[in-house]
Design a protein around this ligand. Structure first.
Ligand SMILES: [Zn+2]
Ligand SMILES: [Zn+2]
Length: 367
């Protein structure tokens, strides 16, 4: 687990003011613009930015304090995966006083990725570790994302003279019209790359298949999202990478149905077992349990095994396991079984008296 407090040189009890102050100091010291040729400074800057993004947001901070950086994402970002904006830009503006227009050509944060991971109910119970192969784009390490061969720089576009736009003037019989459009040579950037990096072809990013270890917490529910910071797509021109979101699908289980943190299942006993009482071995996710079926148990009766349901995400407690009793009426009887049941029936008839019958009728009416 990443130590966000440690990255900022803070203790776990740091307040918002201290967090802000520590980040501001680190951003000044390690910002890539201040240390253009120092890769380790850039790494430190990114680490600090990631830590600040989490710790400065009360909700994210609480989740991090509970679960670490891969804590269960609640998916509470509303805007979907395209519109996250660039927190990098905000921080950039805040500390370096650049206008928004100026950051347009600066680093852009990479997109977030969404990966759907199906797990079994038992894995949701125990929690699980997975290795995921995630195809994604990563910043080219050869050119550090600049897209340039070593020792070269971008050059001013000869077609537009660095303006990024071309103005054309047309004379017609109705008058003279001017129109401006983005320069086709440089795509509006005003600069061109005459010495593109050989590894990435000048894009500054390469497609790779990344193996990423995911830790799925016990008690996770269908639809929960786990955020893995910095494992999304690479940013443009050296910007921060986006995040990877792993959305959990919990497969249906053959035995247990889940409702919140409780589990529900059916337990089947024979006619004699229900009448005489018995102990039934129940396989739960935490091992075998003996369920006591008391004498005279009725079909449909519900038994509860406390604490044998699913773990709850935000606490150490667990839900309960509810077992609904099903009584099997034999479809076929051996000769001996039949004789015994007929004897039983005979006894029942002899012992049956009017008040008993009345009671049964009354009970039936009530239902
Ligand atoms: Zn141009
Ligand atoms: Zn490259």
């Amino acid at each position: 687990m990443k130590d966000y407090y440690g990255v900022l040189g803070l203790g776990q009890d740091a307040d918002q003011e201290e967090i802000k102050r520590a980040y501001r100091k680190m951003a000044r010291q390690y910002h890539p613009d201040v240390n253009p040729d120092d890769g380790s400074a850039e790494g430190k800057f990114k680490e600090a930015t990631e830590a600040y993004e989490v710790l400065s947001d009360p909700e994210k901070k609480q989740r991090y304090d509970l679960f670490g950086e891969q804590g269960p994402g609640a998916g509470g970002y509303g805007t979907g995966f395209e519109g996250f904006g660039t927190p990098f830009g905000d921080i950039f503006d805040m500390f370096f006083g650049r206008s928004r227009g100026a950051t347009r050509r600066g680093p852009g944060r990479g997109s977030d990725l969404l990966y759907v991971l199906e797990i079994t109910l038992e894995e949701a119970y125990t929690g699980t570790e997975r290795e995921l192969d995630i195809p994604r784009h990563e910043r080219c390490e050869e050119c550090e994302g600049a897209g340039l061969q070593k020792g070269y720089d971008l050059e001013i576009c000869p077609q537009c003279g660095g303006q990024g736009t071309l103005t054309t003037t047309r004379r017609t019989s109705f008058g003279t019209f001017s129109s401006s459009a983005a320069c086709p040579r440089c795509g509006g950037r005003g600069e061109i790359n005459l010495h593109p990096c050989k590894k990435c072809g000048g894009d500054g990013i390469n497609e790779i298949a990344d193996e990423i270890g995911i830790s799925v917490p016990a008690g996770v529910s269908d639809g929960d999202r786990i955020r893995v910071p910095g494992k999304g797509e690479a940013g443009n021109r050296g910007g921060l990478a986006g995040d990877l979101y792993v959305e959990i699908r919990v497969a249906e289980d053959e035995t247990f149905a889940r409702r919140g943190s409780n589990l529900h299942a059916v337990v089947t006993v024979s006619l004699a077992e229900a009448a005489l009482g018995t102990g039934v071995e129940i396989k739960t996710f935490s091992g075998e349990e003996t369920l006591r079926i008391h004498a005279g148990s009725q079909p449909g009766e519900v038994f509860r095994l406390k604490g044998k349901g699913m773990p709850k995400l935000n606490s150490r407690s667990k839900g309960d396991l509810y077992l609904t009793l099903e009584v099997q009426i034999p479809k076929k009887l051996s000769g001996e079984q039949k004789r015994l049941l007929e004897d039983y029936q005979e006894l029942e008839r002899k012992g049956k008296e009017a008040p008993h019958l009345m009671q049964r009728i009354r009970k039936a009416m009530r239902q």
